[in-house]
Design a protein around this ligand. Structure first.
Ligand code: PEP
Ligand code: MN
Length: 340
């Protein structure tokens, strides 16, 4: 971090600023120019309150030269984080596949869909029990009943399950959930992130609808700083002016995130596009861009789905999407899902 001082800043005030920083174990390198004095801060500056310094009369501006996230930063942890859920891996260099319906509707629907995605090579199952819906009149999910049905699908397939937590008050219901999803709308629910930092389950953190890559990393940092390093990041499309797709898939977020952080990065082509026919090409693009995984909505009868039917693949289409992704991945010497 560097602090640029105003011209003519009184020496006593500069000294007081420096002493305050030194008390935080920061060393200071003062560079006096003809017109400007710059203080270079050396040490662990991630807890230094930039805004408080900037508010001081003698300070012209403050600039960070290093990212404000430390725990999730690749610079301090060059090796990739690999998430291991009972032997199913995310971040090991292959493409992990999480698949299943948007929401859990009936036992037949969830178990049948999950059996079919398993047959097509999915490593993990997805399904929403608590649904974040724009309208309070839309289907809100089967809640705790939905979780019970999802556990039946987990038992029938033997695959680990991923589902969204909408409120910390439901956390007790999530004991048998393998990966807790924090949805786009909760990416900056900082109290929730802090609490999830204390739990030992992997967290799938989705990028907010209108959040930058740095904001996503800062949210991951909350979970990491709380003591939970098992975080998977998910690019799921962001709001832009484009109306042809539900969101705009920021495919460049994948290589950008892979450079900035050691955490695994997966892509959700379903919510990114909102259209089932775009899911396969965007899945292939995600694999080509270096994603560690995909999370794809699949429904055994999309036309009857209670949520997100238009973006859901049939199990047959999902199997063909997996085939296409395997062809792309073979160029990169990667495996997609559980099938060779
Ligand atoms: C979901 O995965 O079911 C979901 C609601 O996604 P997002 O939070 O990305 O909108
Ligand atoms: Mn959905």
């Amino acid at each position: 971090m560097i602090i640029i001082l105003k011209n003519g800043a009184p020496k006593e005030e500069v000294d007081a600023l420096c002493r305050g920083l030194e008390a935080q174990n920061i060393r200071i390198n003062e560079v006096k120019g003809a017109h400007t004095t710059i203080l270079g801060l050396i040490g662990d500056t991630h807890k230094v309150d930039m805004e408080a310094i900037e508010a001081q009369e003698i300070v012209e501006s403050v600039q960070r030269v290093q990212e404000p996230y430390k725990g999730v930063n690749r610079k301090f942890h060059p090796e990739n984080t690999v998430i291991n859920v009972s032997g199913s891996l995310i971040g090991d260099g292959n493409v992990a596949v999480i698949a299943g319906p948007c929401s859990i509707e009936t036992e037949e629907q969830i178990v049948d869909t999950c059996m079919q995605v398993k047959a097509a090579g999915a490593n993990f199952l997805r399904g929403g029990a608590f649904k974040p819906r724009t309208s309070p009149y839309s289907f809100q999910g089967l809640r705790d009943e939905g979780l019970k049905l999802f556990l039946k699908a987990k038992k029938a397939t033997g695959l680990p399950i991923v589902t969204e937590l909408m409120s910390l008050s439901h956390l007790d219901l999530f004991d048998d959930v393998d990966i807790i999803q924090v949805g786009a709308r909760n990416m900056q629910n900082f109290e929730m992130l802090k609490e999830l930092g204390k739990c030992n389950k992997p967290i799938l953190l989705k990028r907010g609808l209108a959040n930058t890559i740095e904001e996503l990393l800062m949210s991951a940092e909350y979970i990491f700083a709380g003591g939970n390093p098992n975080i998977i990041l998910c690019e799921r499309g962001i709001r832009t002016f484009e109306t042809q797709t539900r969101n705009t898939l920021d495919i460049s977020a994948v290589p950008v995130l892979k450079t900035l952080t050691h955490l695994p990065v997966i892509v959700d082509p379903s919510h990114a596009t909102g259209k089932y026919e775009l899911v396969e090409p965007m899945s292939m693009a995600a694999v080509a861009a270096g994603a560690d995984g995909l999370i794809i909505e699949v429904h055994n009868n999309p036309q009857k789905a209670l949520c997100d039917g238009a973006q859901s693949l049939t199990p047959k289409h999902f199997a063909s999407c997996m085939d296409k992704c395997r062809q792309i991945a073979s160029v990169l010497n990667k495996k997609v899902g559980t099938l060779e």
